[in-house]
Design a protein around this ligand. Structure first.
Ligand SMILES: Cc1cc2nc3c(=O)[nH]c(=O)nc-3n(C[C@H](O)[C@H](O)[C@H](O)COP(=O)(O)O)c2cc1C
Length: 227
Protein backbone atom coordinates (compact mmCIF):
# COMPACT_ATOMS: atom_id res chain seq x y z
CA UNK A 1 0.00 0.00 0.00
CA UNK A 2 1.22 3.48 -0.82
CA UNK A 3 1.56 5.79 2.19
CA UNK A 4 1.53 9.56 1.97
CA UNK A 5 3.20 12.23 4.06
CA UNK A 6 4.64 15.72 3.86
CA UNK A 7 8.37 16.34 3.74
CA UNK A 8 9.57 19.98 3.85
CA UNK A 9 6.01 21.02 3.13
CA UNK A 10 5.72 18.91 -0.04
CA UNK A 11 3.72 15.71 -0.59
CA UNK A 12 5.68 12.44 -0.72
CA UNK A 13 4.53 8.84 -1.21
CA UNK A 14 6.21 5.71 0.06
CA UNK A 15 7.96 3.71 -2.66
CA UNK A 16 8.89 0.07 -2.70
CA UNK A 17 10.63 -1.66 -5.55
CA UNK A 18 10.66 -5.38 -6.32
CA UNK A 19 14.22 -6.60 -5.97
CA UNK A 20 15.77 -9.93 -6.93
CA UNK A 21 18.52 -12.13 -5.54
CA UNK A 22 21.81 -11.77 -7.51
CA UNK A 23 21.33 -14.89 -9.66
CA UNK A 24 17.86 -13.87 -10.73
CA UNK A 25 19.11 -10.32 -11.34
CA UNK A 26 21.85 -11.62 -13.60
CA UNK A 27 19.38 -13.76 -15.53
CA UNK A 28 16.86 -10.92 -15.87
CA UNK A 29 19.48 -8.42 -17.06
CA UNK A 30 20.95 -11.00 -19.48
CA UNK A 31 17.61 -11.89 -21.04
CA UNK A 32 16.55 -8.23 -21.26
CA UNK A 33 19.75 -7.42 -23.10
CA UNK A 34 19.24 -10.36 -25.46
CA UNK A 35 15.72 -9.16 -26.19
CA UNK A 36 16.81 -5.54 -26.73
CA UNK A 37 19.50 -6.77 -29.14
CA UNK A 38 16.60 -7.88 -31.36
CA UNK A 39 15.39 -4.31 -31.84
CA UNK A 40 16.23 -3.08 -35.29
CA UNK A 41 15.43 0.02 -37.27
CA UNK A 42 13.18 -1.03 -40.13
CA UNK A 43 12.60 1.01 -43.28
CA UNK A 44 10.09 -1.26 -45.08
CA UNK A 45 6.69 -1.06 -43.42
CA UNK A 46 3.48 -2.97 -44.03
CA UNK A 47 0.28 -0.93 -44.17
CA UNK A 48 -1.39 -3.39 -41.75
CA UNK A 49 -3.38 -1.49 -39.15
CA UNK A 50 -2.60 -1.56 -35.44
CA UNK A 51 -4.99 -0.77 -32.59
CA UNK A 52 -4.86 2.87 -31.53
CA UNK A 53 -4.80 1.75 -27.90
CA UNK A 54 -1.33 0.31 -28.51
CA UNK A 55 -0.13 3.73 -29.64
CA UNK A 56 -1.70 5.34 -26.56
CA UNK A 57 0.07 2.84 -24.29
CA UNK A 58 3.41 3.32 -26.06
CA UNK A 59 3.16 7.08 -25.58
CA UNK A 60 2.13 6.69 -21.95
CA UNK A 61 5.27 4.57 -21.48
CA UNK A 62 7.47 7.20 -23.17
CA UNK A 63 6.00 9.81 -20.87
CA UNK A 64 7.24 7.88 -17.81
CA UNK A 65 10.81 8.88 -18.71
CA UNK A 66 12.76 11.01 -16.25
CA UNK A 67 12.97 14.67 -17.20
CA UNK A 68 14.79 17.76 -15.95
CA UNK A 69 12.86 19.13 -12.92
CA UNK A 70 10.02 16.79 -13.98
CA UNK A 71 8.94 19.21 -16.68
CA UNK A 72 8.16 16.42 -19.19
CA UNK A 73 8.99 18.81 -22.04
CA UNK A 74 7.52 16.68 -24.85
CA UNK A 75 4.52 16.39 -27.13
CA UNK A 76 3.83 13.27 -29.19
CA UNK A 77 1.79 14.00 -32.31
CA UNK A 78 0.16 10.92 -33.83
CA UNK A 79 -0.68 11.04 -37.52
CA UNK A 80 -2.79 8.36 -39.16
CA UNK A 81 -4.68 10.69 -41.51
CA UNK A 82 -3.90 9.71 -45.11
CA UNK A 83 -3.68 13.22 -46.57
CA UNK A 84 -1.50 14.46 -43.74
CA UNK A 85 0.86 11.52 -44.22
CA UNK A 86 1.09 12.38 -47.92
CA UNK A 87 1.85 16.01 -47.11
CA UNK A 88 4.51 14.97 -44.60
CA UNK A 89 6.09 12.59 -47.14
CA UNK A 90 6.18 15.28 -49.83
CA UNK A 91 7.70 17.89 -47.53
CA UNK A 92 10.23 15.43 -46.07
CA UNK A 93 11.28 14.22 -49.51
CA UNK A 94 11.78 17.81 -50.68
CA UNK A 95 14.15 18.48 -47.78
CA UNK A 96 15.88 15.11 -48.07
CA UNK A 97 16.39 15.51 -51.83
CA UNK A 98 18.17 18.79 -51.16
CA UNK A 99 20.17 17.26 -48.28
CA UNK A 100 21.36 14.23 -50.21
CA UNK A 101 22.24 16.43 -53.23
CA UNK A 102 23.76 19.51 -51.63
CA UNK A 103 23.79 19.59 -47.83
CA UNK A 104 25.44 16.39 -46.67
CA UNK A 105 29.21 16.02 -46.64
CA UNK A 106 30.91 13.21 -48.56
CA UNK A 107 31.86 11.67 -45.22
CA UNK A 108 28.22 11.64 -44.11
CA UNK A 109 27.02 10.12 -47.38
CA UNK A 110 29.75 7.49 -47.11
CA UNK A 111 28.60 6.59 -43.56
CA UNK A 112 25.01 6.21 -44.80
CA UNK A 113 25.87 4.02 -47.80
CA UNK A 114 25.70 0.65 -45.94
CA UNK A 115 22.21 1.60 -44.70
CA UNK A 116 20.95 2.06 -48.26
CA UNK A 117 19.04 5.25 -47.47
CA UNK A 118 18.24 7.96 -50.02
CA UNK A 119 15.70 10.79 -50.35
CA UNK A 120 12.76 8.47 -51.09
CA UNK A 121 10.58 8.07 -47.96
CA UNK A 122 7.61 5.85 -48.96
CA UNK A 123 7.27 4.60 -45.38
CA UNK A 124 5.89 8.02 -44.41
CA UNK A 125 2.71 7.12 -46.32
CA UNK A 126 2.69 3.36 -45.80
CA UNK A 127 3.21 2.99 -42.03
CA UNK A 128 -0.15 3.12 -40.22
CA UNK A 129 1.07 5.68 -37.69
CA UNK A 130 3.66 8.44 -37.66
CA UNK A 131 4.62 9.63 -34.19
CA UNK A 132 6.23 13.04 -34.37
CA UNK A 133 8.06 13.87 -31.17
CA UNK A 134 8.24 17.59 -30.37
CA UNK A 135 10.40 19.08 -27.67
CA UNK A 136 9.00 22.00 -25.70
CA UNK A 137 11.75 24.58 -25.59
CA UNK A 138 9.69 26.27 -22.86
CA UNK A 139 6.15 26.01 -21.56
CA UNK A 140 3.49 28.67 -21.49
CA UNK A 141 1.26 29.62 -18.59
CA UNK A 142 -1.08 32.05 -20.30
CA UNK A 143 1.29 34.72 -21.64
CA UNK A 144 4.05 33.82 -19.21
CA UNK A 145 7.04 31.76 -20.38
CA UNK A 146 8.02 28.90 -18.05
CA UNK A 147 11.50 27.45 -18.39
CA UNK A 148 12.16 23.79 -19.10
CA UNK A 149 15.48 22.20 -18.19
CA UNK A 150 17.70 19.71 -20.01
CA UNK A 151 15.14 19.57 -22.79
CA UNK A 152 17.23 17.58 -25.31
CA UNK A 153 18.33 15.04 -22.72
CA UNK A 154 14.77 14.61 -21.45
CA UNK A 155 13.16 14.23 -24.86
CA UNK A 156 15.95 11.89 -25.97
CA UNK A 157 15.23 9.67 -22.98
CA UNK A 158 11.47 9.72 -23.63
CA UNK A 159 12.14 8.79 -27.26
CA UNK A 160 14.29 5.86 -26.11
CA UNK A 161 11.47 4.66 -23.86
CA UNK A 162 9.11 5.06 -26.84
CA UNK A 163 11.30 2.87 -29.07
CA UNK A 164 11.60 0.21 -26.35
CA UNK A 165 7.80 0.22 -25.87
CA UNK A 166 7.28 -0.17 -29.63
CA UNK A 167 9.67 -3.13 -29.63
CA UNK A 168 7.89 -4.59 -26.60
CA UNK A 169 4.53 -4.39 -28.42
CA UNK A 170 5.97 -6.50 -31.26
CA UNK A 171 6.10 -3.59 -33.69
CA UNK A 172 8.93 -1.82 -35.47
CA UNK A 173 9.96 1.81 -35.85
CA UNK A 174 12.29 4.05 -37.78
CA UNK A 175 14.01 6.92 -36.02
CA UNK A 176 13.81 9.47 -38.81
CA UNK A 177 15.29 12.97 -38.89
CA UNK A 178 14.43 14.68 -42.17
CA UNK A 179 16.56 17.77 -42.05
CA UNK A 180 15.58 20.54 -41.48
CA UNK A 181 12.32 19.50 -39.82
CA UNK A 182 10.52 22.83 -39.34
CA UNK A 183 7.96 21.86 -41.98
CA UNK A 184 6.44 19.59 -39.30
CA UNK A 185 5.71 22.57 -37.03
CA UNK A 186 3.67 24.13 -39.84
CA UNK A 187 1.94 21.00 -41.12
CA UNK A 188 0.90 19.93 -37.62
CA UNK A 189 0.07 23.46 -36.56
CA UNK A 190 2.21 23.29 -33.43
CA UNK A 191 2.71 26.31 -31.15
CA UNK A 192 5.91 28.32 -31.35
CA UNK A 193 7.38 26.85 -28.12
CA UNK A 194 7.52 23.37 -29.70
CA UNK A 195 10.33 22.16 -31.99
CA UNK A 196 10.28 18.92 -33.99
CA UNK A 197 12.67 16.36 -32.52
CA UNK A 198 12.10 13.00 -34.24
CA UNK A 199 9.70 11.57 -36.81
CA UNK A 200 8.95 7.94 -35.98
CA UNK A 201 6.88 5.73 -38.29
CA UNK A 202 5.45 2.77 -36.38
CA UNK A 203 3.95 -0.45 -37.70
CA UNK A 204 4.61 -4.01 -38.80
CA UNK A 205 7.58 -4.79 -40.99
CA UNK A 206 6.85 -6.10 -44.52
CA UNK A 207 6.89 -9.88 -44.70
CA UNK A 208 10.29 -10.24 -46.40
CA UNK A 209 12.25 -7.68 -44.38
CA UNK A 210 16.00 -7.14 -44.64
CA UNK A 211 18.08 -4.84 -42.47
CA UNK A 212 21.77 -3.89 -42.69
CA UNK A 213 24.05 -6.49 -41.10
CA UNK A 214 25.37 -4.13 -38.42
CA UNK A 215 27.61 -4.99 -35.53
CA UNK A 216 27.15 -3.33 -32.18
CA UNK A 217 30.23 -2.24 -30.27
CA UNK A 218 31.37 -4.77 -27.67
CA UNK A 219 31.24 -3.89 -23.97
CA UNK A 220 34.98 -3.12 -23.84
CA UNK A 221 34.51 -0.35 -26.41
CA UNK A 222 31.60 1.37 -24.71
CA UNK A 223 32.25 0.93 -21.00
CA UNK A 224 35.06 2.06 -18.73
CA UNK A 225 35.15 0.71 -15.18
CA UNK A 226 36.89 2.37 -12.25
CA UNK A 227 37.11 -0.30 -9.51
C1 LIG B 1 19.03 10.55 -33.86
C2 LIG B 1 18.87 9.52 -34.96
C3 LIG B 1 18.56 9.93 -36.23
C4 LIG B 1 18.37 8.98 -37.23
N1 LIG B 1 17.97 9.42 -38.49
C5 LIG B 1 17.68 8.50 -39.43
C6 LIG B 1 17.14 8.92 -40.68
O1 LIG B 1 16.87 10.11 -40.90
N2 LIG B 1 16.89 7.99 -41.62
C7 LIG B 1 17.12 6.67 -41.40
O2 LIG B 1 16.86 5.85 -42.30
N3 LIG B 1 17.61 6.22 -40.20
C8 LIG B 1 17.88 7.11 -39.22
N4 LIG B 1 18.33 6.68 -37.98
C9 LIG B 1 18.43 5.24 -37.72
C10 LIG B 1 19.89 4.78 -37.65
O3 LIG B 1 20.43 4.72 -38.94
C11 LIG B 1 19.92 3.39 -36.98
O4 LIG B 1 19.48 3.52 -35.65
C12 LIG B 1 21.33 2.82 -36.98
O5 LIG B 1 21.73 2.53 -38.31
C13 LIG B 1 21.46 1.55 -36.12
O6 LIG B 1 20.54 0.58 -36.54
P1 LIG B 1 19.54 -0.12 -35.52
O7 LIG B 1 18.60 0.95 -35.02
O8 LIG B 1 18.84 -1.18 -36.33
O9 LIG B 1 20.35 -0.66 -34.39
C14 LIG B 1 18.52 7.60 -36.97
C15 LIG B 1 18.85 7.20 -35.66
C16 LIG B 1 19.01 8.14 -34.66
C17 LIG B 1 19.32 7.69 -33.25
Amino acid sequence: MQLKKEINGYPYVSYSKSTYPPNEMIEKSRSFHEWMEERRTVRDFSDKQIPKEVIDNIIKTASTAPSGAHKQPWTFCVVSNREMKTQIREAAENEEKESYKNRMSDEWLEALRPLGTDWHKPFLEIAPYLIIVFKRAYDKDGDEKKNNYYVNESVGLASGFLLAAIHHAGLVALTHTPSPMNFLTKLLNRPENERPFLLIPVGYPVEDTWVPDLERKPLEEVAVYYD
